[in-house]
Each structure stands twice: as C-alpha cells, then as structure tokens.
Design a protein around this ligand. Structure first.
Ligand SMILES: Nc1nc2c(ncn2[C@@H]2O[C@@H]3COP(=O)(O)O[C@H]4[C@@H](O)[C@H](n5cnc6c(=O)[nH]c(N)nc65)O[C@@H]4COP(=O)(O)O[C@H]3[C@H]2O)c(=O)[nH]1
Length: 725
C-alpha cells in the first residue's frame, strides 16, 4: 500500500468570507424560522424576489399555515425531504417557478431551516414529471390494484405541487361517480361524492365526465356548476377545482382526474403540464385495469350470459363445501337444461339462440338469493348452487325456476313469441354426495329422469335412479351389440284398403329380442338409440332389410307391392337418405313408388335446409313421404303445402275412441278432410274394431292398419296370413 501523506490542514474560512461566497452563489438561499419568517437570504434570492418578511408573501401558492407546518422541524419529516416546485412572486412583477429543497441546520437552538432555490427550467420539470411517470407505470406493470396506482399518482403530484389536492373518481357504466383515490381530501367529502350521478352541472368532475371535456372552475364559491355542492366544498376549504375526463374509449369516460386548490385561483403552467402527463397515466392505468377485468371475465364468466362459468362455479362450491361440512348446513345443486334448445338454435339461428340464453339467465337469476350461484356450463345447461338450502326448499326453488320460464320470450327480429321450458335435476348435500363431482353426476341423472318424465319438470336424485342408469347403459351396449351381430328383426303390419280389404303394402317395424329382458318395445329403445347416437345406424339397417325383403317377396311371387319404414329426424340431418334409398332401389331393382318413408311432424317443423333438400330429392325420385302420428304435434297446415308429402297417418290415439268420443270423430274427419283437400292419402292407425272401421269408412278414410286386420308379424307369418285370406 502506498503511504499517502495526510493533506495539510487548511485554515478555516472567516465568517465574512463564507458569507460573501454564499452571497455570490448562483443559487437562492434563505434561512427561515419555524414561524415561516425569512431571517436571512442571499443576493441571488433578493435580486428576484419581492421584498417580504414571510415565506407566503414570496411563495403565494401555500398559505402561512401550510408554510409553518412545513417549517416545523418536528413536523412530518417526509414533507421536508421532498423537492417542491413553487411560484416565486418576482420583484419586477409576475411569477417564476423555482425548485425548493430544505436543509435543517445543526444549530438546534435557532431552529432555522436553510432553503435552497433553483430556478425551474424545462429540464428539472421534465425530470420531475418523468420520475412520476416512471413510478406510476412501474406500479401498473407490477399489477398493483387500480386504487393503489391512483393513490400513488395523487401523492406524487401533491408532493411535486404542495399547493394542490389531487383526486381520481371512477365513472361506472350507469354514469355514477365513485372515489378511486383522494389521499388528501377529507374522507367525508369523498364519501359525499360516492354514487353521485354525472350531469350538466355537477361540480367540476360530474360536469367534466358528462361533457367529456375538461372543466376548470377557478372559483367554487361563485361558479354556477358548483351551485348544488358549493356549501359542501367550501365547508372543506376547497376554493377551485380543475377536472379532466379520462376516456376508456372514444365513447366512454371511465374516470376524472382533478386538481383542487384551497383558494380561488387559476392553475399554474407547471400544473397544466403535469395534468397532461397525469391524463395519459390515468388512461394507461384505467385501460390496463379494464383489460385485466376482461381477461378475468373471459376466464371466469360465460361470454353469452355473463354468468359465472364452470371454473368459477367449481371454485365457489369447493370453497363453500368445507364450511357446510363444519356447520352441518345442507346445500342443493340444481342442474337445469332447456328443453329442445337445439331446435331453437337450428330454426331461429344462433343469434336468437343466444338471446334465449340471455333472457333465460336473467329470469333464472331473479329467482335466486344473493348467496346462491347460478352458472352456465355451456350449451343450454345452467347450474345453481344453493348453500344452506334444504331438500324441500330446493324443490320450491326448482318450481320457481320452471315458472319463471313460462311467460313467452320476445326475441328481436322474430314475430312470434317463443315458448321455452326446462328440465331440472336436483342433488342435495350431504345426502347425495360430499364432493362437487358426485353432486353434479347425481343431479345429471335426476335431470335425465326429468326429461324422461316429459320435460318441463324437476326431479330429485334417488339412488334408484343410479340403478336405472346402469340398466340403461347396459341396454345401450346390448343394442349396439344387437345391431352389429344382426340380432334385430323386422315385423310387418299390413296396410289395407278399407273399401275392399285389399293389401296395399306393409309397415316395417323394428323388433329387438334381448337375451335377458326378452322383447324390448321400440318405444323404449328408439328414444334411447336417438340419445346415444345409434338411431341412424338402426334406421339404415331397417331400410336395407325392408328393401331386401320386398325384393325377396317379388322373387317368390308374394303379392306385397310396397313397404313403409320409419325414419328418425336426426337421420335427415346427418345422413344422405336420398343417396341411400337410390342405391338400394338400384341394388334390388325396385321402383321408388314402392318405398314410403314415415317421419314425424317434428322433422318438418324443424325445416332445416338440409332436410328440405333431401325430402325434395326423394320426392322427385318418386319415393312416397308420409307424416306419422299426424295431429299429435303441431299439425301446421303450412308445412303440408310447402313440403312434398304424399300421405298422412291418423294417429291411433284418435282412432281408439272413435265410436264413443265425438271430439275424436270430429278430429279424425278434419284430418281426413285435410288429406282430401291437399290430395294426400290418409292412413288410419290402430284400428282394432269393426266399429272403428265403419266410422272411418263413413268419414271417407281409404286405408287403415291395425290389430283388426293383422298384428305386426314376421315376413313368413305375413305370407301365411296372406295365403289364408
Ligand atoms: N294399440 C295398438 N297398437 C297398434 C295397432 N296396430 C299397430 N300398432 C302399433 O302401433 C305402432 C305403429 O308404429 P308407429 O306409429 O310408426 O310407432 C313406432 C315408431 O315410431 C317407432 N319405430 C318402430 N320401428 C321403427 C324403426 O324401424 N325406426 C324408427 N325410427 N322408429 C321405429 O316405434 C313406435 C312403436 O312401434 P311399435 O311398438 O311396433 O308399435 C307400432 C304397432 O305395433 C293397434 O291396432 N292397436
């Protein structure tokens, strides 16, 4: 280590020398006591300033009391560590901005503070503002909550310009003001502003938000914009207020940024430049907050209805369950599925479908308490979680939910109001499960039961339902097996001409013999096949088997000229039925008129373009189209006119009491009359008695089928039946 010699001690400066050099410094120096009286000042300061004894006479931005607070050495230390930017009243007239720093003197007795003044130049100003911008943007980037960021902004502005009080008010979508940050405003004043509606003369902030323009009120005591709030502002010592609207987008003001003064005055130039910077900072912070909220909405809320989504719902239930476990309180989970929503979507379009969901969500929400959670799980499925809800109360809520959907919905762009309904499954905590997944699964089983029970109703989960579900699933896989192993069969029921009993064709009806359950009725397995997506394959199989049988009868010389087969609506939506029929006609060398496709009214009501195209194609090939169970559904005459239908089947429910029930007789005559008028054949189903046959003949019906003539039977039995005639 080099050995440095200690520098030679310098002789101390004489006090006069020291004083002269301070006097010549190009920096303002003032020595001030605790009463804000100026005790000494240097030449540099005196050449600018008005002659004055007190600080507030030179720097009029702050009152004497404020200066005294600042000068008190036992006052808040953070005040004295700051750099202030203030206006000095000049000897030559006018004002000039100075930067002030405080320096407490070690001489404890005199309690003097040395103040250093530098004329404020653009560089200082820029540095001050950019330090503020940096800190606020950093807080935004770190994801600090909006009120925290705004509080920081206000405090930093107030530190730079101690003569202002800063506030930021949020403006909600309804146009109401809510304080976000106002660290130096009395809390009673902020509280009084909370919930105030913006308007054409609602102080500075309410008016600025209303006009979408900055509003500068230089004298609250006399400005008409403050007429209604003057007393309030004056009682808190506020004299002027300059408010700037902060835009979230060109149409929407999301907040106001305001500078208050304690006296009536205009804003200093520096304040104007600071407001420009703050306006930008507020915009960034507000938009950032809005984006965060949007992201949160997307992650946790359903975009169509605004209801919580599955994730948020699961969170809430999982938070609620431990509490229920500790307190022993019950809870209920309701799974609600809109009935036939797919049809609404397909026929009215997705925009109307979304509107239905939104309106349904509003109605359902209105039935629930604040503590309940209603969520949309997607599609047409809503789920409600009702903490503290007993089984009997859950049933009341379910009834209320169903009733809320009863009034028809008015949809934009649709002339006719729409009727909707729902099916609800209910599971109860703790009896039906301790965890969400279990409760959901059981509510789903119960909901399925509600659908089976005819829809528009609610069902509770019962363990027996589980059993039924297991049986159903076993049956489903058995049906798949039956289809793949060719263990299904067709029975045929003759269609006869009523006038002479001649055979005009046969309806093919599917039969399934299950090794354990025996004969399973089609009314059970066809809806099941529809639900599990098997029905198209079943119908295709039936069509092929019926065509093959018809060809076989022709080869054997059996006098059966035509077959009718049932086709489910889904097949028209998903398969190319026309192409399938065409290939079968060619394969078996059959004529198109020999095939009748029976379909339900539901298919025609849905009138999807794809279905209508296929019906037209089939019709132009010569295939006959028949409406099954006519009269049981919507029976709209308009679709009969528009679509290429050849035949109506009068449902057996009208035929059963023909002899005794005048209403059924009238209805049957009407259907027969409609058929005649439109040139369609009418086939009566389920004729069991001679009396029914007679009434039908009298009403003008030409063709019928039913046990009176023959039951559905195997192809061989039908041949035998024919021979016996
Ligand atoms: N009470 C009474 N009933 C009579 C009489 N005559 C016939 N029936 C029954 O009435 C039903 C007529 O068939 P559907 O209306 O097309 O109604 C059918 C049809 O909608 C559906 N179905 C049957 N086979 C098929 C098929 O291959 N594909 C499709 N998609 N559905 C089918 O299952 C329904 C029920 O079929 P099945 O049980 O075979 O019941 C048949 C038949 O056995 C009678 O005099 N009195």
């Amino acid at each position: 280590m080099p050995d440095h010699a200690a520098p030679p001690a310098l002789p101390p400066l004489a006090p006069q020398q020291l004083f002269d050099s301070l006097d010549q410094a190009s920096l303002g120096l003032i020595w001030v006591d605790e009463s804000a009286t100026i005790r000494h000042s240097n030449h540099y300061f005196r050449q600018f300033s008005v002659a004055a004894d007190y600080l507030h006479e030179c720097f009029q931005d702050l009152s004497l009391e404020r200066w005294q607070t600042l000068m008190r050495q036992d006052g808040p230390p953070e005040l004295r560590q700051q750099t202030l930017l203030l206006q000095l009243t000049l000897a030559e007239g006018g004002q000039r901005s100075f930067e002030l720093q405080f320096q407490s003197l070690p001489d404890a007795e005199s309690k003097l503070t040395l103040m250093l003044l530098r004329p404020m130049d653009e560089r200082i100003e820029r540095e001050a503002v950019s330090a503020l911008q940096h800190d606020v943007l950093e807080a935004v980037a770190l994801g600090r909550p909006l009120p925290v960021v705004m509080d920081l902004l206000c405090r930093r502005v107030e530190a730079l310009a101690p003569d202002v009080i800063c506030s930021v008010l949020a403006v909600d979508e309804a146009g109401l003001l809510h304080p976000l940050a106002a660290p130096s405003l009395p809390s009673n004043f902020s509280a009084a502003l909370d919930g105030l509606a913006i308007g054409p003369s609602v102080g500075s902030c309410g008016t600025a938000a209303f006009r979408g323009q900055a509003v500068q009120v230089t004298d609250i005591a006399n400005d008409p914009l403050w007429a209604d709030y003057r007393a309030l502002a004056l009682s808190f010592g506020l004299g002027a207020c300059w408010s700037t609207p902060i835009f979230l987008n060109p149409q929407r003001v999301g907040a106001t940024f305001a500078l208050y003064y304690r006296e009536a005055r205009v804003a200093a130039d520096f304040h104007r430049r600071m407001v420009e910077a703050c306006e930008q900072l507020c915009t960034v912070a507000l938009k950032h907050d809005e984006h965060l909220r949007q992201i949160e909405r997307l992650a946790y809320f359903d975009g169509v209805t605004g209801l919580p989504n599955r994730t948020l719902f699961a969170d809430r239930v999982r938070q609620g369950l431990p509490l229920a476990g500790r307190t022993g309180a019950p809870a209920a989970l309701l799974l609600l599925d809109l009935d036939r929503f797919k049809t609404v979507n397909d026929t009215l379009g997705h925009a109307s479908g979304d509107e239905v969901l939104r309106q349904a969500a509003l109605r359902l929400s209105a039935c629930l308490r604040e503590a309940d959670t209603l969520a949309r799980f997607g599609g047409d499925e809503f789920v409600a979680w009702l903490p503290g809800c007993s089984a009997s109360y859950a049933m009341q809520v379910a009834a209320k939910l169903l009733a809320s959907l009863e009034l028809p919905l008015e949809l934009t762009g649709q002339d006719a109001p729409l009727l909707i309904s729902a099916s609800i499954g209910v599971s109860c905590y703790p009896d039906d499960g301790h965890e969400l997944d279990k409760l959901l699964k059981h509510a789903d089983i119960a909901m399925y039961e509600a659908k089976r029970a005819g829809r528009n109703c609610a069902r509770f989960y019962l363990p027996a339902m589980n059993q039924a579900l297991d049986t159903r699933m076993a049956l489903e896989s058995a049906l798949r097996l039956a289809l793949s192993s060719n263990s299904l069969a067709l029975h045929y029921q003759p269609k006869v001409r009523l006038s002479d009993g001649a055979l005009v064709g046969a309806e093919a009806l599917l039969r399934w013999w299950h090794p354990q359950h025996g004969q399973v009725p089609p009314d059970t397995f066809i809806p099941m096949a529809e639900e599990c997506g098997l029905v198209n394959a079943l119908d295709a199989w039936v069509l092929e088997a019926a065509c093959a049988q018809l060809a076989s009868w022709r080869e054997q010389g059996v006098a059966i000229q035509a077959v009718a087969v049932n086709v489910s609506p889904t097949r028209f939506q998903q398969d190319d039925v026309a192409a399938h029929v065409h290939s079968l006609l060619q394969k078996h060398d059959l004529r198109a008129e020999q095939i009748t496709l029976e379909m339900t009214e539901r298919l025609l009501l849905e009138h999807e373009t794809r279905t209508v195209d296929q019906l037209n194609q089939l019709h132009s090939m010569g295939v006959r189209l028949s409406i099954d169970d006519f009269g049981t559904g919507y029976s709209s005459l308009s679709y009969l006119k528009r679509l290429p239908v050849s035949e109506l089947k009068l449902d057996k429910s009208f035929v059963r009491d023909l002899e005794t029930d005048a209403d059924d007789r009238a209805l049957s005559s009407a259907v027969i009359g409609i058929g005649r008028a439109l040139g369609l054949a009418v086939v009566a189903e389920g004729v069991e008695t001679e009396g029914q046959r007679r009434v039908l003949i009298e009403a003008g019906c030409e063709i019928a089928q039913g046990y009176f003539f023959a039951r559905p039977q195997s192809a061989q039995d039908l041949q035998a039946w024919l021979k016996l005639r």
